[in-house]
Design a protein around this ligand. Structure first.
Ligand code: 3PG
Length: 394
């Protein structure tokens, strides 16, 4: 794929696909990370003499105009983050969009309306892509976190115009390659989360690629069950036990060492500060549930990390949203951050709850790279081709 260094931008109108699908709270953007992260691309395009026209989706309006899902509500936060005038034409195609682009002066940014207001977007309709393409000269895709969607503004549009990856896309692809493509070894993957069933492909792909796989969260309970260990009232998918055994077998064949909890924190209630105790992983009382990994498990995880050169992390190790059951996640994340800061570990994290957990641990700042992606990060960890990235290669 090409980068901004490889295509001519001077005097061009640059259709720039970004992911500013940000969380909202009472009409206000509650986390501007995704907005802030597009700044290098926007600034670079402007510095090279291009006119920036942002294409983006917001939420899931399913091909209809849903006023509450208008990107207009993000324009203010975008303007504040970029420190530039943002022109919002309330359409993403046609005369209205064209007029707004023509009216934009040097250094202005045009934000087009939610691409998903058009049914053709999610259908990857070449007709809609042609209407987007008619608005500009060049396509820059900076939306790694939407690259798992083959949509008109992420896939078909790349086939309609000369294209390149934006700076954030470039950084994401480089970091992910450093973590799983051609990593420094040994590599450890830390995978947590509630359910094995949602991460089957991911676990299957990882055991073939990494040297160590530490499993935490509710999904670890399913692996304990698979080994004939009783887990009381813990969250576990008993019907997935056979699948878990297959993953263990595949890991053994591939030379990937699996690390399951050896001790656990159990409680009788799923609530913050519920009275708890630490027991061996094989000794969860019948009326209790596992809510976190125990200190011995964390100590072992830390020592494995200390021997690794690369860490890839997705998902919390326990019920991190309930104190004190965030302890294992926080301790392991702090250690990963410490090793990274000391220069002995390359650490990459992403997907869903992960970033929130690392932020809570105060560890995110020291990670080598934190992906802005949720679903796209997971699909990439599953070893799937991301259509938005594939289209950039063509
Ligand atoms: C995300 O928030 O992960 C991306 O913006 C993709 O959104 P989607 O899951 O609605 O396609």
């Amino acid at each position: 794929w090409k980068t901004l260094d490889d295509i001519a931008l001077a005097g061009k109108t640059v259709l720039t696909r970004v992911d500013i699908n940000v969380p909202m709270d009472n009409g206000q953007v509650s986390d501007t990370t995704r907005i802030d992260k597009i700044r290098p691309t926007v600034e670079d395009i402007i510095a090279r003499g291009g006119k920036v026209v942002l294409l983006a989706h917001f939420d899931r309006p399913k091909g209809k105009v849903v006023p509450e899902m208008s990107l207009g509500q993000v324009a203010g936060a975008l303007e504040a983050s970029l420190g530039r005038r943002v022109i919002f034409p309330a359409e993403s195609i046609g005369a209205q969009a064209k007029a707004a682009i023509a009216a934009a002066g040097p250094g202005d940014v045009v934000l087009l309306e939610n691409t998903r207001f058009h049914a053709g977007e999610e259908k990857n309709d070449p007709g809609l892509a042609a209407e987007f393409a008619a608005l500009g000269d060049v396509f820059v895709n900076d939306a790694f976190s939407a690259a798992h969607r083959a949509h008109a503004s992420t896939e078909a549009l790349a086939r309609a115009l000369p294209h390149a990856a934006g700076r954030l896309m470039e950084a994401e692809l480089k970091a992910l390659d450093a973590a799983l493509g051609t990593p420094a070894r040994p590599v450890i993957a830390v995978v947590g989360g509630a359910k094995v069933s949602t991460k089957l492909d991911l676990l299957g792909n990882l055991v073939a690629k990494v040297d160590h796989l530490a499993i935490g969260g509710g999904m670890a309970n399913t692996f304990l069950v698979a080994q004939g260990i009783e887990v009381g009232k813990s969250l576990a998918e008993r019907d997935m036990a056979e699948t878990a055994r297959e993953i263990l077998k595949k890991a053994e064949a591939a030379g990937c060492q699996i690390h399951l909890p050896v001790d656990v924190v159990v409680a009788r209630e799923f609530k913050a500060n519920a009275p708890s105790q630490i027991v061996s992983a094989s000794a969860c009382p019948e009326d209790a549930m596992i809510l976190d990994a125990g200190p011995e498990t964390v100590a072992r995880l830390k020592s494995v990390m200390a021997h690794c050169a690369t860490l890839i992390w997705n998902g919390p190790l326990g019920a991190f949203e309930l104190t004190p059951f965030d302890a294992a996640t926080v301790a392991a994340a702090k250690e990963a951050a410490r090793l990274t800061a000391a220069g002995s570990l390359i650490s990459v994290a992403g997907g869903g709850d992960t970033v929130a957990a690392l932020n809570q641990a105060g560890a995110a700042g020291d990670f080598t790279f934190i992906s802005t992606a949720g679903g796209a990060f997971l699909e990439w960890m599953e070893g799937k081709e991301l259509p938005g990235v594939a289209a950039l290669m063509a």
